[in-house]
Write a protein that binds this ligand. Structure first.
Ligand SMILES: [Zn+2]
Length: 63
């Protein structure tokens, strides 16, 4: 009986290792801010433009 428990623990450890290697962001589905692939930067002002449309900072501050 003890062997089965040991094998089960080893199996879970291996699964956890593979899970970390292949899916590092698993278990944090609710945190969508951290799962963004690459934050877009405005070429004009250099600030973050996550929506991808016209830069909000540039359109607000038109001289
Ligand atoms: Zn801008």
């Amino acid at each position: 009986m003890l062997k089965i428990v040991t094998l089960f623990l080893v199996f879970m450890a291996v699964l956890a290792m593979f899970g970390r290697l292949r899916l590092p962001g698993i278990g944090k589905r609710s945190d969508r801010k951290g799962s963004l692939p690459k934050p877009r930067l405005c070429p004009d002002c250099g600030r973050y433009n996550l929506r991808g449309g016209p830069c909000r900072h540039c359109t607000d501050k038109q001289d």
